[in-house]
Write a protein that binds this ligand. Structure first.
Ligand code: CA
Length: 486
């Protein structure tokens, strides 16, 4: 083949590829931390102002029955990443900062699948899926991590703000680490209730060393939005996937001074307004770069809201219900973060893709674990049979069709089951679901009809024993089968 012809073929192939790629929207998945169903103005908040998200909800589609896969951080993030319910895997509970990576390299993930579809993939923000091997050594090349499971770029808050290490990790390295001042972490200190201090704030796990690399808590929102925008700018000419996981509004809540006192709900409300600002920065960058029309943006939260404080650290939590000022952070829902009631997992979820996603509200039932199958459908990727065992393709629901899932497992302290608007919470004993004879639910099952009782106030299990039995059997089957994807 002549060089000229080869170049011509390459050019033709490149053009065809470029044309095909332009049909693929950029995807930005913004995952807030601990923001509840009632925390945003567009979901009913009045004492917290979220003008960016309120407008975003008008421009996109507001989902009213969307769920995080679990009621706490790590299992939600695991299920989002893999399309597998976290309860299927040991070791997917809330991780310390010394835990190794819990997503096995080689398995199908959201970024891995999108890479196959031709996307450049990045993660910015809170990781909390483990790094390296236990116990993580932050003084060397830290892997495996996000780069080993499908991301091209990573800027990470390794675990969560209330636990060490309090340093940024970029790709495989701690940013700004002085090798003469290595990081040593001791998780026998501060376990249970925070007792060690970094930057004057109590943390779980003691950090010695790494002084030059410490993050500044009140700059976290600025750092994350800056890194997110830089990733978008660098990849504006090709399809990209950005997973932006904010730290707002998890404890310790240290919103920048410019947000302090701006809400009517204390520091917790101020942190929600900081989150609104972060989303605004990303949306403004999309406008500036003329990418808004060709970008699917989803904003949601990793679990329900909670009115907690930071152990003895009243300053960086809420401190008191008085500060919260009567704000219903989970709206009309019962329960909080960690709970099997709807307040544990039903979260804000707004999707915008101009010209493709119709505006308005949707009552479709869906969860973050569905993103893998849905993004695969969107980008024309076929998932292997064994991949993403609990990920449903809810793309039709995202694009405006009313239907979502019929059945969803909600992972709180126990596993609960949604079937349409019915909600079953099996009886719990020692954190495990208690079984009656013949496998049915033991006395104490709770059944709610969310269509008429969204607040889960009237247990109607006694009136519907057949439904309790069939839903209990269905939950057993989903658990035992190891998969639930259609
Ligand atoms: Ca969380």
């Amino acid at each position: 083949m002549s060089i000229k012809l080869g170049v011509a073929l390459l050019a033709a192939g490149w053009l065809a590829g470029a044309r095909a790629e332009t049909a693929k929207p950029n995807i930005i998945f913004i995952l807030a931390d601990d923001i509840g169903y009632g925390d945003l103005g567009c979901y009913g908040a009045t004492k917290i102002k979220t003008p960016v998200l309120d407008r975003f909800a008008k421009e996109g589609r507001r989902f009213t029955d969307a769920h995080s896969p679990a009621a706490v951080c790590t299992p939600t993030r695991y299920a989002f990443m893999t399309g597998e319910y976290a309860f299927r895997q040991q070791g997917t509970g809330i991780l310390p900062g010394i835990a190794g990576l819990i997503v096995a390299p080689g398995r199908m993930t959201v970024p891995g699948m999108l890479k196959l579809a031709g996307y450049t993939t990045g993660v910015v923000g809170k990781w909390h899926l483990g790094l390296g091997t236990t116990p993580t050594d932050y003084n060397t090349e830290i892997k495996p991590g996000p780069l080993e499971i499908g991301f091209d770029y990573a800027w990470l808050l390794p675990a969560t703000g209330d636990r060490t290490p309090c340093v940024w990790v970029e790709n495989h390295r701690v940013v700004g680490l002085d090798p003469k001042d290595p990081i040593k972490l001791d998780y026998s200190v501060g376990r249970g209730s925070p007792r060690s201090f970094v930057n004057g704030i109590p943390r779980i796990g003691e950090q010695v060393g790494g002084k030059a690399a410490l993050w500044k808590d009140d700059e976290i929102c600025d750092v994350l939005s800056g890194k997110a925008i830089a990733f978008i700018e660098q990849n504006k000419d090709k399809p990209f996937f950005l997973y932006l996981a904010t730290h707002d509004i998890h404890v310790p809540r240290v919103p920048n001074a410019r947000f302090k006192g701006t809400s009517q709900c204390g520091v917790r409300g101020d942190a929600v307004q900081s989150f609104d600002w972060t989303v605004g920065q990303v949306l403004a960058a999309l406008e500036r770069l003329k990418l808004a029309e060709n970008t699917l943006v989803i904003v949601t939260s990793d679990n329900g809201g909670v009115l907690d404080n930071n152990g003895p650290d009243k300053e960086h939590g809420v401190g008191s219900p008085e500060a919260n000022n009567g704000h219903a952070f989970n709206g009309p829902l019962r329960g909080t973060k960690g709970s099997a009631y709807e307040g544990g997992t039903r979260v804000p979820f707004i999707a915008r893709w101009p010209g493709h996603i119709p505006t308005g509200d949707s009552a479709a039932l869906l969860c973050h674990a569905d993103m893998l199958a849905s993004f695969a459908a969107l980008t024309g990727q076929k998932l292997p049979e064994t991949a993403a065992p609990d990920s449903f393709n809810v793309l039709p629901a995202l694009l405006g069709d009313k239907t979502g899932r019929e059945v969803l497992v909600e992972q709180g302290g126990v596993l609960a089951l949604r079937k349409g608007t019915w909600k079953l919470i099996p009886p719990a004993q020692g954190g495990k679901v208690k079984r009656g004879k013949k496998g049915g639910a033991a006395p104490g099952a709770q059944l709610y009809d969310l269509a008429t009782d969204l607040g889960e106030t009237r247990n109607v299990a006694d009136q519907h024993p057949d439904l309790v039995e069939s839903m209990t059997a269905q939950l057993d089957k989903i658990r035992d089968a190891g998969r639930s994807r259609p």
